[in-house]
Ligand binder design. Sequence first.
Ligand SMILES: [Zn+2]
Length: 96
Amino acid sequence: MARWPKGDGNTIILPPHHDCKIGEDEIVASFHTHPNTGSDFLQEPSETDKRAVRDDLDLKGDNYVGEFVISQDAIYLIAPNGETRELTDTDTYFEE
Ligand SMILES: [Zn+2]
């Protein structure tokens, strides 16, 4: 598992990932967090988040499930086509 460079604020910087691979490793999922820094902080994946996944032609590998967004309240998955769904409550997930 490779850790990506920390983004600058809300931006995520991916290393080169041509054909959905980093080096020899196939990318099967990616994630970033939405820390809760206030009640009006966006928890759901933003339009920018969705677009970034959907429009990244190198994130279309056969085994790539999408980008997980881990917020304070819930975990979301952005599919490669940009569709987003809420998977589970973050509390529930980390208690298991
Ligand atoms: Zn985001």
